[in-house]
Design a protein around this ligand. Sequence first.
Ligand code: NI
Length: 197
Amino acid sequence: MAILPLVIAPDPRLKTRSEPIAEVTDEIRRLAADMFDTMYYERGVGLAAVQVGVLVRMMVADVEWKSDGEKGTQWVFINPEILSSSEEPHLYKEGCLSFPEQYAEVERPQSVRVRFTDLQGQRREENFDGLLATCVQHEIDHLNGVVFVDHISRVKRDIILRRLQKMKKQGVISHREHHPYQDHGDHEHVHGEHCNH
Ligand code: NI
C-alpha cells in the first residue's frame, strides 16, 4: 500500500497526453492499487495516473464508497475510449484532486459507452450513466491532457488557476494535512455533491 503525492494544477503534466499501456504487468497492477489507496485517502471518486505523475493511460474510479470507509465497485480502466455518448446532457458541479477546493459546473453527456482493458487484461465494453459517466469522462479527459476547467469560461478558469497558484506559493496545499481519509468519519459525505476526481 502506498499513498502517492498528487500533481496539483497548474502543472504542465496535466496538459500532457498520456501514453497507451502495451501490457498489463505487475508494475501496472501495483500502480492501480496505489492509485486506489491515494484516491480513497484523498477522498476522491476517480483518479487518473497523470495525477500521481505517471503519464500512462490508466484511471481508477469508485463513486460508491461510504464515509465509514466501506468501498463500492472498484473500476480500473486501461486505454479507455468513448465509443458513443447520449444526446442528453448532464450538468454536474465537478471537483478534481489536482484542483483542491475548486468546483465548477460542467455539462457532459448523461451516459457513455466505453471500451477499455481491465486489470486482468480483458478488453471490455460497458455503459455508464449519471455520476459514474461524469467521472469516466472527467478521467478520460485527464488522459488526453484536458482538465475540467477547460470546459468552463476562460474568466472562471483564470480565477481558479490564479487561486491555485497563490495557494501553491503560500504552501497551503496539502490534502493529507487538511482532510485525511481517516478523519472522514465525522461528517457524512454525499456523492453527487462536490465529488473530486
Ligand atoms: Ni480530476
